[in-house]
Ligand binder design. Structure first.
Ligand code: BG6
Length: 317
């Protein structure tokens, strides 16, 4: 696909349409403004709006929509390598590949209002970089209450009998009112690796709020994490399955200035809270499939506050 086409998302799926086609671009009735947009480039969700048309995801005003740069914002998918912890490019190649819309997808789940199925398979050139055959299917679904669900299915289809191991992340760039007004619930007291200190392990103490650069990989996290925006009086809730880790990242001012595709002050309006399988990785034998799911929703803040002590909810839903 020519890079110019990358400026257009392939899909705007709206919950207000009863017969929403998964790849429609047409404007739909405004009764309910909930919608998402996804690019073929990287299978990258770049927009998720609530019923008032409010944007829930952050995308930088300086984001570059041209290969080989991943889009700065939205929900990049990191596969098959998280970060630079391996031989591949930073965060793996999936976010820099052109995915295709899967034909004849399975029927729309009855509780969903719109969805799209995308697939990534290795080309011969890709195979030289990562010598494995796989099928990576991503379904992006809009739920009846405006929640955004991403389901990844990765299957080993190697014919040489070899297993492969990968790491994975949904990097959620959440749009926040002001980083100083944000608190995370669900990760207190957990162990984390500090990516700013050679991945040394520490244990979180006290409330998780933000006043400087943060790049932490929380280990063995609960399935539910809440990100409370005190100013907006709303809470993002991330529910995840098959994704035991959670990276929390904000570049803060110095790193923001050093990034070509990120505005100098934009760190104040975003926070990445990821749903990841990065620490142990996932190993699949030929024929095996892995599934990693996350559901994002937004609720009034009173819903979550004080309810997400990890000790109580580690194994809860
Ligand atoms: C986060 C990492 O997931 O992604 C950070 O923990 C990294 O270390 C950030 O800086 C952004 O990565 P990139 O490659 O998109 O600039």
């Amino acid at each position: 696909m020519a890079p110019s086409i990358l400026r257009e998302p392939i899909c705007k799926a709206h919950s207000s349409s009863s017969n929403t086609s998964s790849i429609t671009l047409a404007p739909l009735p405004k009764k309910n403004g909930v919608e998402f947009a996804v690019y073929l480039y990287g299978a990258h969700v770049t927009s998720w709006k609530n019923e008032h048309g409010g944007e829930m995801l952050f995308v930088s005003s300086k984001a570059i929509f041209k290969p080989p740069t991943a889009i700065r914002g939205g929900i990049p998918i990191c596969f098959p390598q998280f970060s630079n912890l391996g031989p591949l490019e930073q965060h793996g190649f999936a976010r820099n590949k052109h995915w295709t819309v899967e034909k004849d997808p399975p029927p729309l789940p009855s509780e969903s209002t719109a969805f799209i199925d995308l697939i990534l398979k290795p080309s011969e050139d890709d195979f030289k970089i990562w010598p494995h055959r796989y099928e990576f299917r991503l379904r992006v679904t809009l739920g009846p209450d405006g929640e955004l669900l991403l389901t990844s299915r990765i299957r080993n289809i190697n014919t040489d009998g070899k297993p492969f191991t990968f790491t994975f992340a949904y990097r959620n760039y959440l749009s926040v009112s002001d980083i100083g007004e944000i608190r995370i619930e669900g990760l207190e007291t957990l162990h984390y690796l500090d990516n700013l200190q050679n991945r040394e392990q520490f244990t979180e103490q006290g409330a998780i709020t933000f006043e400087e650069e943060v790049d932490k990989t929380y280990l063995g996290t609960p399935r539910k994490i809440a990100i409370i925006d005190h100013e907006k009086k709303m809470t993002f809730v991330i529910r995840k399955d098959g994704l035991p880790d959670a990276v929390v990242w904000n570049p803060w001012d110095k790193k923001a200035k050093a990034m070509a595709d990120f505005g100098d002050d934009e760190y104040k309006r975003m926070l990445c809270v990821e749903a990841d399988a990065v620490e142990k990785g996932v190993t699949l034998k030929p024929g095996e499939e892995w599934k990693g799911k996350q559901k994002l929703c937004v609720v009034p803040s009173s819903y979550c506050s004080g309810q997400l002590d990890p000790q109580k909810v580690l194994h809860g839903s």
